[in-house]
Design a protein around this ligand. Structure first.
Ligand code: PAF
Length: 281
């Protein structure tokens, strides 16, 4: 596995690679790898001739009061996990390499970036869309792999790729979970033991919602109330949102019909966690 730190070096390797033909798979990440990341890397390594992983903690997607400065990092472990997952090129640019001067050009994706996580993290998806557009221009992959845990991010990126005619296919891989159901996330490392103990409630509540829907409940306010009750019951978890949005247009729905994303965001202590499931009726 090659570790590359400059855009110029990465481009020249990939130009040579493209001449040899074969597909390029790409996994964008911010590092501190867990099984969710390595599953994406393994899927790419299986389906492509070359797998490129970017590891870049993107400052422009963090708000001024967010966790940029304490975002977890472990380059040695990340390098080992990427190598073991079949990655060919680990691209680790510096902030100066990605943003040699303050940007004047940003990618704004509109309505779907303003709701849910976008409402509580203003500018977040603008930062995500902008860096992913830059990375797609740099790597020019055939297929990009993203995780379903960040469902809204997936929709924002899909829409950007469609609107800007970026010639990359997007594959979405399922959310990887701990044994107790907690969705894997680099931010789980922030949780204290007592916070970690309540964190599985997110997924338990989503599973309860799935059961309610299977039993015939279609009213999303009833489903949302039940999720809120289960998550916050007797704990100091603060709920940011619980929402049911249609997968077609990503807007809140009053009744479950077709494919619906049931999504939650909470803060446990100072740690922000998100999770979601897709239900169908
Ligand atoms: O999901 C992430 O880790 C980031 O938002 C991404 C897609 C790598 C962009 O910085």
């Amino acid at each position: 596995m090659k570790i590359i730190r400059t855009i110029k070096a990465l481009r020249s390797i990939l130009i040579a690679q493209r001449k040899k033909a074969g597909s390029i798979g790409f996994v964008p990440t911010m590092g501190y790898f867990h099984q969710g990341h390595t599953a994406l890397m393994k899927a790419s390594a299986k389906e492509n001739h070359v797998t490129v992983v970017s590891l870049f903690v993107n400052p422009i997607q963090f708000g001024p009061k967010e966790d940029l400065s304490r975002y977890p990092r472990d380059l040695k472990r990340d390098t080992r996990l990427a190598r073991e997952s079949g990655v060919d090129i680990l691209f680790i640019p510096s902030v100066k390499e990605m943003y040699p001067e303050p940007l004047l050009t940003f990618v704004e994706v509109g309505k779907i970036a303003d709701i849910l996580c976008g409402a509580s993290r203003p500018g977040h998806f603008r930062g995500v869309a902008t860096v992913v557009a830059k990375l797609l221009n740099i790597v020019q992959p055939d297929i990009m792999y993203l995780g379903q845990k960040d469902a809204q991010q997936v929709e924002v990126i899909k829409r950007m790729v469609q609107d800007l005619n970026i010639p990359a296919q997007i594959k979405v891989c399922r959310t990887e979970r701990e044994q107790d159901g907690l969705a894997m996330s680099s931010r789980n490392s922030y949780l204290s033991p007592s916070e970690r103990a309540v964190a599985p409630r997110l997924y338990q509540a989503l599973c309860q919602a799935r059961r309610m829907i299977a039993d015939g409940e279609r009213n999303t306010s009833k489903i949302i109330s039940q999720i809120k009750k289960l998550i916050s019951d007797g704990t100091n978890v603060s709920i940011e949102y619980v929402s049911c949005v249609g997968l077609d247009r990503f807007v809140p729905v009053r009744r479950i019909k077709g494919k619906v994303l049931v999504a939650v965001a909470v803060r446990i202590g100072t740690t922000r966690l998100i999770d979601n499931i897709v239900v169908k009726a």
